[in-house]
Write a new protein. Structure first.
Length: 749
């Protein structure tokens, strides 16, 4: 239920020898309205302690559980033991009691003593599941769920109509519904589901038990939990709404949906200089001049940009000066002081002027001319002393260009309309724009391609093509430009990779039986627990998807991992035929390989930086992170204490790949959950060890394997939409990221 921030909370706690229970509620009229429930097993090290200590532990855990609601707010605390009064009479307190008291002292509450006979809710939550009896009298239910349901049936016209038809022996109704001990069930294929009447407290309770208490999974898994046990009209619609409005999920779950709101960009400016965008770009490297950030200023119409280096600690007034000096002064429409600006820039440089006669300044002189009269270039590049002579010579070697020149000399009208000779150079002229025709000499075309790609910033094909189209033409120019850009070594080495990954996805084949193939990984939690643990050793059976989660220290060696594996998997499920893992040093060690060879297990290791090859582990790691988010303390140091709960929640949830829960597939039965006490006991149709039981399990397994094959095929089809085939062959020379070869000091990767 959603709490009302204007009303004070009421916290009720209780403890037993086996567990602790608590209820967070708010007063609504004469009744209390539940917000959340908490029920935890009592750790074995605390079983022998006194009743007072158990009660104090329950209070401590409740306050930590609902810290986000209670800390900083006044609330009422109700308990059936005068625990806090007892604490004040103790001359010496243990370290644990001191820690609990320090936490409790942070909260502002009024203590109300509650007799045990009136503390039924928290008392039941602190008991073992075998004795889960009374539920919530003060929340609108009677002492037992059955009478509460019976009362609610009478208030619901739909359920009353069904019950009346059952009593009248209506055949259509008796084929679907049945009454058992006063409870109404929907029965199909011998499977009974409890019919829940339209009382909000009841439906919210069952929704919460199948969502909140089962790990805050999404709509599909919550629906699967409900469909196995309950039914009411529009139940799936209620599930969807409940999951979508769950505050814990909204607060903790990573956002995977598309962003809200359609894109509404800023209006395009109507001319240059009217609107600019600016940002500070952190290079993460401080230069020898003390600069670290880049002040980026871009004209939003022309896309003209200024890049200004600046120190990390620059103040606002200095940024304003940079903007004025580097943008406003250079782009202002009033240019009367232009010469002054140029001189100010020139004076920043240290140089000695030297006079150079024009006849010796051919290169710069040529670059300052119109393209029609491009002058001398560079003899080292294999060209003659001047570009014109080189082009004229190359024209004579190119049959295509020779043919055009001959037609021009013959005054061919069609040729004369498109082409023109100027000072021995051939131009293609369209819409008053002359473009130099470049003959088929590799050195010339490579030079012009380089000038329009390398010298202009190594931009992509489109910008390179735009540069070429403004100045040059030859028949295969666009094709050559594309090949030039694609094979540019500087671009291949330095540019970020934005293309789809090479090679279509080829996942490992699905195993046919549980226990045959495992996947393993070490998940770094980034937090060291109070027990000294930091990593989670994740072991997943690739067929049933059953998982074991084992905490281990950061410094765990291979021998430690082998011992964990044998004690927590081999002892219970035997030796696997194969193990899939990454190339962690513990998995590549000689000791691990020797242990695998000794037990007849084949090791299959994925390539580096290709986690999709072991997708099972990647999905499992995300599930563990999601579940830990809901159940760990704010300081996160108790995460290793929650691994058993996390594994149990995961193994009891229906897996999308198999269509059943991992527990039911590996253990051959579905473990009983607290809410199952409402359902009638089912007599097994076949006893374990019989041929009928083996036949049923084999059929169950075949269905799960078929479901896995379909899920894998759908995943491959979806993933390969974002991939492309590879044309590389063995022996081809390829570019490799520097990070793959190890980072060397002083080398930019």
């Amino acid at each position: 239920m959603v709490p009302d921030p204007q009303r004070p909370f009421v916290v009720t706690t209780d403890a037993s020898q086996y567990g602790i229970g608590a209820v967070l509620a708010q007063q609504e009229g004469k009744k209390l309205r539940p917000i959340e429930y908490m029920s935890k097993k009592m750790p074995s090290k605390k079983l022998a302690k006194s009743t007072y200590e158990r009660e104090l532990y329950a209070l401590y855990k409740a306050l930590v559980q609902w810290r986000h609601y209670l800390l900083g707010s006044f609330f009422y605390l109700r308990t059936d033991h005068q625990t806090l009064k007892w604490i004040k009479t103790q001359p010496v307190l243990s370290d644990a009691l001191k820690r609990w008291i320090e936490v409790i002292d942070q909260y502002d509450f009024k203590l109300d003593y509650l007799k045990g006979e009136h503390n039924k809710v928290a008392d039941e939550l602190s008991r073992t599941a075998n004795y889960l009896g009374a539920l919530i009298s003060e929340f609108g239910l009677s002492e037992d769920v059955t009478p509460s349901l019976d009362e609610a049936y009478k208030e619901d016209p739909i359920t009353m109509d069904i019950i009346n038809k059952l009593q009248a022996k209506d055949k259509a109704t008796t084929d679907e519904f049945v009454m058992v001990d006063g409870l109404l069930f929907l029965e199909k294929a011998g499977f009974k589901r409890l019919v829940v009447p339209s009382r909000e407290t009841l439906r919210s309770l069952f929704l919460g038990e199948c969502h909140d208490a089962m790990g805050h999974f999404g709509y599909k898994k919550t629906s699967a939990n409900l469909v196995q046990r309950f039914w009411w009209p529009n139940m799936l619609d209620d599930v969807k709404k409940y999951v979508e409005t769950c505050q814990v999920c909204q607060r903790d779950k990573p956002r995977t949906q598309a962003p809200l709101g359609l894109l509404k960009p800023l209006p395009i400016p109507v001319g240059p200089g009217q609107s600019i965008s600016m940002d500070f770009m952190d290079t993460l490297v401080t230069s020898k001049n003390g600069k670290r950030h880049i002040f980026v200023i871009v004209d939003r119409f022309t896309k003209y940009a200024r890049l200004i280096a600046m120190p990390e600690t620059i103040r606002t007034e200095h940024v304003i000066k940079l903007l004025i000096d580097n943008w406003w002064m250079r782009t202002s429409p009033v240019l009367s002081d232009a010469l002054k600006c140029w001189i100010e820039v020139i004076e920043q440089y240290d140089f000695e002027p030297q006079y150079l006669k024009g006849e010796y300044n051919k290169v710069v002189d040529a670059l300052s001319r119109r393209p029609d009269f491009s002058g001398a270039l560079i003899t080292e590049l294999g060209l003659a002393d001047d570009v014109t002579r080189s082009l004229v010579e190359a024209y004579r070697e190119d049959p295509f260009m020779v043919e055009i020149i001959h037609r021009l000399e013959a005054k061919d009208k069609m040729t004369f309309v498109e082409f023109e000779l100027v000072n021995g150079l051939l131009f293609l002229e369209k819409v008053g724009n002359k473009r130099l025709c470049v003959p088929n000499r590799e050195s010339l075309r490579s030079l012009f391609l380089g000038e329009c790609h390398d010298a202009t910033g190594h931009f992509g094909f489109k910008k390179t093509a735009a540069n070429l189209l403004q100045r040059f033409w030859w028949p295969t120019m666009m094709k050559d430009a594309k090949l030039y850009v694609e094979t540019c070594q500087v671009c291949q080495r330095d540019k970020p990779w934005t293309q789809a990954p090479l090679r279509f996805l080829k996942p490992l084949p699905n195993p046919e039986r549980p226990g045959e193939s495992l996947s393993m990984d070490f998940m770094d939690t980034l937090v060291t627990s109070k027990s000294g643990m930091r990593y989670i050793y994740v072991i997943v059976d690739r067929c049933s998807k059953y998982a074991r989660l084992l905490a281990m220290p950061e410094t765990a060696k291979t021998a430690y991992v082998i011992r964990l594996f044998k004690e927590n998997w081999v002892r219970d499920f035997g030796l696997p035929k194969s193990i899939i893992s990454d190339r962690d040093v513990r998995f590549t060690s000689d000791l691990w390989k020797a242990a695998a060879a000794e037990q007849g297990t084949q090791l299959q290791m994925t390539s580096r930086n290709h986690p999709e090859a072991n997708g099972q582990e990647e999905q499992m790691n995300r599930a563990v992170q999601h579940l830990l988010t809901h159940y760990i303390k704010p300081n996160q140091v108790d995460w290793d204490e929650k691994l058993g709960l996390i594994a149990n929640l995961y193994n009891n949830a229906v897996h999308s790949a198999t269509g059943v829960s991992p527990n039911s597939l590996l253990l051959t039965f579905k473990p009983r959950l607290p809410l199952d006490f409402l359902l009638p006991e089912k007599q097994p149709t076949a006893a374990p060890g019989t041929l009928e039981f083996a036949y049923r399990y084999e059929n169950h397994m075949q269905q799960a394997v078929e479901h896995m094959h379909k899920a894998q095929a759908a995943m491959i089809e979806s993933e390969n939409k974002h991939r492309r085939p590879s044309t590389f062959q063995v022996g081809d020379r390829v570019w490799v990221k520097a990070s793959e070869l190890g980072q060397e000091h002083g080398i930019s990767l």
